[in-house]
Design a protein around this ligand. Structure first.
Ligand SMILES: Cc1cc2nc3c(=O)[nH]c(=O)nc-3n(C[C@H](O)[C@H](O)[C@H](O)COP(=O)(O)OP(=O)(O)OC[C@H]3O[C@@H](n4cnc5c(N)ncnc54)[C@H](O)[C@@H]3O)c2cc1C
Length: 405
């Protein structure tokens, strides 16, 4: 993790190094957080996977080839959690919208409430006095990564022990996690708060922290909140209705096409572009859209590096755009003479929100926004309608559909 390069080559190298640990070692040790620069029991591949510098299919295939499907079970399940969360949010985009509007209100509160601002500043700058919590905050700020267990403890302590608004915590993570993902982050925070699996909040316990940090941290008796219930009463209406997956406009061969690469999927060469009449290629940076508060420079430069790497592999001269004014995309597509913009499917989150604003400008010029979903997502998302168990039961079918088994 110390030498993080935002390239596919670096992702493949990190994958190769982790393959021996994907089987029994992962299953037995993955819950241990050994601390900064000692995350050997987990893959730390999330920076690459979330941008598809390496894909879920590639990491699962590598594990199955090295260890077989049974011994790889736990690793496969964890990778599929990502697809589950993504599919779940696609089917309930209202949950993302309510996060965005709730966060907006929390930010106004933050501006106006001095006491809350002081508490948030202390939590975000590792000055709460809880040594474990402060250590995780420092690690997040310094490296852009936290072990999964540390993320769970941190979120639980933020919500229940420190009593801080959960969305501000999710926003803190999203602004600093190099693997920040609208679905995994928002839904994991909701899960800890007892809003995803309603009524079952995740409770950080002293003995669990001692055990899985290998005794590095030992919270004192009574230091952590005794949690009886989650935040369900803040959303008494329950989960919003399940929607169908949104329709995707497919690209047409022969039509003058502008190809758009974003950090949603940095391996565009996986898509068959041969039938397209390609007029231009652009990369579009969008990480600054994660929050109205400043997003870490580490994320912004990792994204730029990943986009540059993707453009180089595409072997076409490309220009770089930034998702600022929503007319940017239409202006560029018109300039290159395109009648359709093709991009790998954009999932629910800030970039999709921006593209929804960009689309009317494209429509005015009679330019279509076209997308394509990967088989991996098509295999998982139909089952991502309720709890993870429903997806877990289908893993053999999912792997078959994604052409792995
Ligand atoms: C509060 C909270 C916030 C989180 N925010 C994010 C986020 O913004 N982006 C993100 O990718 N993950 C998030 N996670 C999930 C998980 O913590 C990370 O995916 C994982 O820690 C990444 O480290 P790794 O690559 O070493 O994981 P490994 O254990 O090596 O797992 C391999 C891959 O599987 C996927 N994965 C593993 N566990 C999960 C999980 N619980 N949920 C979803 N995918 C998983 C990731 O793509 C990961 O790279 C969050 C979890 C919590 C509790």
């Amino acid at each position: 993790m110390s030498n993080l390069f935002p390239t596919r080559a670096a992702g493949l190298l990190a994958l190769q190094e982790f393959i021996p640990n994907m089987g029994t070692h992962y299953e037995n040790k993955r819950n241990y957080d050994y601390g900064l620069n000692k995350h050997k029991a987990v893959s730390t591949l999330s920076f690459y996977i979330c941008r598809r510098l390496i894909t879920e299919k590639e990491v699962v295939c590598a594990s199955v080839t090295a260890h077989g499907p049974d011994v790889s079970k736990k690793f496969i399940e964890e990778v599929i959690w990502r697809g589950y969360f993504k599919g779940w949010l696609e089917r309930r985009p209202q949950v993302w919208d309510s996060y965005v509007s709730g966060l907006y209100n929390d930010c106004i509160l933050l501006e106006n409430n001095h006491l809350l601002r002081q508490k948030i500043e202390r939590a975000e700058s590792a000055q709460t006095g809880l040594d474990y919590f402060d250590e995780w905050a420092r690690e997040l700020l310094d490296t852009g990564y936290l072990h999964n267990h540390a993320r769970m403890w941190f979120a639980s302590i933020w919500i229940f022990t420190l009593g801080l608004p959960w969305r501000l915590g999710a926003d803190f993570f999203y602004r600093h996690l190099l693997d920040g993902d609208a679905a995994s982050n928002t839904l994991s925070w909701r899960w800890v708060a007892g809003l995803h699996t309603r009524g079952k909040p995740y409770i950080a316990r002293a003995e669990n922290i001692s055990m899985f940090t290998n005794g590095r941290f030992n919270p004192l008796d009574g230091e952590l909140a005794d949690v009886c219930h989650g935040l369900e009463e803040t959303e008494p209406e329950g989960l919003p209705t399940l929607l169908s997956l949104r329709d995707v406009q497919k690209p047409k061969s022969g039509v003058p096409t502008a190809v758009l690469v974003t950090d949603e999927d940095c391996q565009i060469e996986d898509f068959d572009l041969s039938g397209f009449n390609i007029k231009g290629t652009a990369t579009l940076s969008c990480s600054h859209l994660r929050s109205s508060r400043p997003v870490s420079n580490t994320i912004l430069s990792f994204e730029n590096g990943a986009l540059f790497d993707a453009a180089m592999r595409l072997n076409k001269s490309s220009i770089h755009l930034k998702a600022n004014h929503p007319k940017t995309l239409a202006n560029w597509a018109q300039e290159v003479g395109a009648k359709q913009v093709f991009t790998p499917f954009i999932t629910c989150g800030p970039l999709w929100d921006w593209l929804k604003q960009a689309e009317p400008f494209l429509n005015d010029l009679n330019i279509k926004l076209c997308e394509q979903r990967r088989e991996w997502d098509n295999a998982i998302w139909p089952y991502a309608t309720a709890g993870f168990f429903k997806v877990k039961k289908q893993i053999p079918i999912i792997l078959e559909k994604a052409l792995i088994l």
